[in-house]
Design a protein around this ligand. Structure first.
Ligand SMILES: [Mn+2]
Length: 329
């Protein structure tokens, strides 16, 4: 197995000697994926490099306010050549998306930077650190290690990455260093209040219609310790859902005092069901439950894909979850 913790200084050296660099993150990108990709991309562009920022599924609507979002490319990709490919926040090579995997394969050097503990280290150089709360935090340390430019726009992206993946510095993954980085960014002039307003207090009406539906339809089981909701294609059509609309909805179910696990089941194409699950008790590892169904993720936040129909997938998953929830009593 390749080394999974190549020093950031070594990765910085590899990036410094490259001229054409592709940077990508996982399908259905979240704040950490988008912010890490563009945070690194904008720093390398400020050094005069040609940087391709690639996201298989584009940028979700809730993050389009961020700087230079229009420079993100999604398929079909042009026929450009690259010296180095960097995968960020992506636990398996395949999760980059099929078209993106193909483009990244053109590079003689692949760098894999991630914080999912299950990441096997599929790059030539790998920096997989499960102790980091966000890849945005690793990218910030990488820019520091390489003495790369950190502009206000780079800070906006990396703050977004760190803030969203730590639930606004609330999750147990948040470290003293996470706060120090935020402090360094504020000291450098970053307007974090503006970013927080745009990230957490600005939503399209669609999002609130989804929230209303979730609160009406959610189900409690295992004496109120599990909350779940089935998000159907019918509702998606009704509210004309856009990628990003559901980001963070699950945390509302997680707020219920009795709840230790919250789950959203979502109908996706080809008769499949996407499962997103959150734990509120460190003794309950939802990534292990998702792994039973071919998925994975983090201990407190994980996902999987199951065969539909949605009601059957939900019952199968919830039975397995309930078994684990009852074990921790
Ligand atoms: Mn992440």
């Amino acid at each position: 197995m390749p080394a999974r913790l190549t020093p950031l200084s070594e990765i910085a050296t590899a990036l410094r000697s490259a001229q054409r660099i592709a940077i990508a993150a996982h399908v259905r990108p979240d704040g950490d994926a988008v912010g890490s990709v563009l945070g690194l991309a904008l720093s390398l562009r400020a050094m005069g490099k040609t940087v391709y920022a690639l996201l298989e599924d584009g940028v979700p609507s809730n993050l389009t306010f961020l700087p230079e979002i229009a420079t993100v490319q999604s398929p079909p990709y042009a026929d450009f050549e690259i010296d180095v490919a960097v995968a960020l926040d992506t636990a398996t090579h395949e999760r980059l998306g099929q078209n993106t995997v193909t483009v990244m394969g053109r590079a003689p050097l692949m760098i894999d930077i991630d914080h999912h503990p299950s990441n096997p280290g599929y790059g030539h150089l790998n920096h997989v650190d499960g102790a980091q709360p966000a890849v945005g935090q690793i990218v910030y340390e990488l820019l520091k290690a390489g003495d790369f430019p950190i502009t206000d726009e780079v800070r906006q992206h990396l703050f977004t990455a760190i803030s969203t993946d730590t639930g606004s510095f609330q999750y147990s993954s948040t470290t003293a260093r996470t706060h120090e980085i935020a402090a360094e960014m504020i000291a450098a002039g970053l307007d974090t209040a503006r970013l927080a307003q745009l990230l957490y207090q600005t939503f399209p009406a669609r999002r609130l219609l989804l929230l209303r539906a979730m609160l009406n339809e959610m189900a409690l089981r295992a004496d109120g310790r599990i909350a779940s909701w089935q998000f159907t294609q019918k509702l998606m059509d009704e509210v004309q859902v856009q990628p990003g609309d559901t980001e963070g909805l699950i945390d509302t179910m997680r707020m219920i005092d009795s709840v230790v696990a919250a789950v959203i089941f979502e109908e996706i194409p080809e008769g499949k069901v996407r499962v997103s699950s959150r734990s509120k008790d460190s003794r309950l590892d939802v990534s292990a439950i998702c792994a039973q169904f071919g998925g994975g993720g983090h201990r407190m936040a994980a996902g999987a894909r199951m065969k539909g129909p949605i009601t059957e997938a939900a019952e199968t998953y919830l039975k397995a979850l309930e078994h684990e929830v009852r074990r921790i009593n």
